[in-house]
Design a protein around this ligand. Structure first.
Ligand code: HEM
Length: 412
């Protein structure tokens, strides 16, 4: 196929993918990944889309050439500069270390380095179990519920709240604020909806600022106190403003993603009764199943990077200042890495890219895995007969980055 024809075919597929409301993007990913070299120009956006596993891994592993200084132009940066509330929001949101390169990134991330290791995360198992038990206990066998507004939403927020030491009575508010904040990352939330999301975020920030002040005055055995006592990699301490944006980052990065892991995972088990039976018979296989849920249906489908210098990549020219859009959904089903990639197979061992790779590898990966394992153990043990609900499930279609369900009815 000539380059011109490859480009025209890719444009058509990309038009469909980003043209709105795609129910199932995976067949489009498959075609784009196998077309030409799997790298495609995003017309008018000064960007390339990257679809193959090896290329996504290589780019995310090279933070010098492919920078994360991309707050400008990101969804949370959408604001009205004349509005003082919006400006106050941007002051904190722009400090998220996810949007920075070293040394600023290292400075922020280094205060998490002891808190999210596999060992440290094991210490939170009791909190995760309590959150899952409490959520599932609110329902009864035979009841029809929406998984997305029910347990899939409740468990991740309750876990983070417990880790931060947010008292039970504040949790409903905390959940509402967290959703508000997370929705600033949705490019479709604009106008009055964005105003409301920013207001909720500011309430969250004020609450977290109070928590930081409290723990500074009276340290406890919790994450905030621990982080306040941890030196950054350069032997300094974080300011209160930096601490605030760190804690806010945990909420925005950890809630909706884990909610979607649960919603996607429940759906995969409904669609694969043989896998579900295997997990009931041998719950020790649940961690493998969670890994495969993450590969097969990644909660985040894209990540972006900015090219720092003119770069030749696989014979392609990426100009300095252009963007690359990493397609995790396409990379996770690359047949160069996975045997029979369209099969949901909980015995696979090849690593997926759902937590990405390199210096921005997900801080909360061990915690998310723990939450997934505990949740599915408890769900299968408490409601072994759970089935699809009477109402049809509805895919989340507008936000193409966060892949999940708007509605996932289930009869427990
Ligand atoms: C299944 C659930 C989750 C998925 C799929 C996920 C996925 C990701 C991905 C792909 C990134 C890299 C973003 C990029 O560099 O472009 C990331 C970063 C991050 N994640 Fe997660 N995440 C999950 C859960 C969590 C949880 C539970 C937490 C914390 C409580 C968390 C905290 C973070 C933080 C702080 C970063 C920024 C890391 C950095 O820039 O160095 N994530 N996550």
């Amino acid at each position: 196929m000539t380059t011109a024809r490859t480009t025209a075919a890719a444009d058509l597929l990309i038009g469909k993918l980003f043209g709105g409301a795609v129910e199932d993007p995976f067949p489009l990913y498959d075609e784009l990944r196998e077309l030409g070299d799997g790298i495609h120009v995003l017309e008018g956006l000064n960007a390339h889309m990257i679809t193959r596993h090896a290329d996504v891994r290589r780019i995310s592993g090279d933070h010098k050439t492919f920078s994360s200084e991309i707050f400008e132009g990101s969804s949370p940066s959408i604001h009205n500069p004349d509005d003082p509330e919006h400006r106050r929001f941007i002051d904190t949101a722009s400090q998220l270390f996810m949007f920075h390169d070293p040394p600023r990134h290292t400075r922020g991330r280094s205060t998490f380095r002891h808190a999210f290791t596999p060992n440290a995360v094991r210490g939170w198992q009791a909190e995760v179990e309590r959150a899952a038990d409490r959520s599932l206990a609110r329902y009864h066998a035979g009841q029809e519920i929406d998984m997305m507004t029910g347990p899939a939403a409740e468990v991740p927020v309750a876990v983070i709240a417990a880790i931060l030491g947010v008292p039970d009575e504040v949790q409903p508010k905390f959940r509402e604020w967290s959703y508000g904040y997370a929705s600033t990352f949705d490019p479709m939330v604009l106008g009055d909806d964005r105003d409301a999301a920013i207001r909720a975020s500011l309430e969250l920030f004020d609450y977290l600022a109070g928590l930081i002040a409290q723990r500074r005055a009276e340290p406890a055995d919790d994450l905030v106190s621990h982080m306040l006592g941890t030196e950054t990699f350069d032997g300094d301490r974080l300011s209160d403003g930096e601490m605030l944006s760190q804690l806010a980052l945990l909420l925005v990065a950890g809630n909706e993603t884990t909610t979607n892991l649960i919603g996607n995972g429940v759906t995969l088990l409904l669609d694969h009764p043989e896998t579900r039976a295997a997990l009931m018979a041998d719950p020790a296989r649940i961690p493998g199943a969670v890994e495969e849920m993450l590969r097969f249906e990644p909660p985040l489908h894209y990540s972006g990077r900015k090219v720092t210098v003119d770069t030749e990549f696989n014979g392609r020219h990426f100009p300095a200042g252009s963007m690359v859009l990493l397609s995790l959904g396409a990379a996770n089903r690359d047949p160069r890495v996975y045997d029979d990639p369209l099969r949901f197979d909980i015995d696979r061992t090849e690593p997926h890219l759902s937590f990405l790779y390199g210096i921005h590898f997900c801080v909360g990966a061990h915690l998310a895995r723990l939450e997934g394992r505990v949740f599915f153990e408890k769900l299968l043990a408490t409601y072994p007969d759970f089935a699809a609900g009477a109402e049809p499930a509805q895919r989340r279609r507008l936000n193409i980055v966060a892949r999940g369900w708007d509605k996932r009815p289930v009869r427990l």
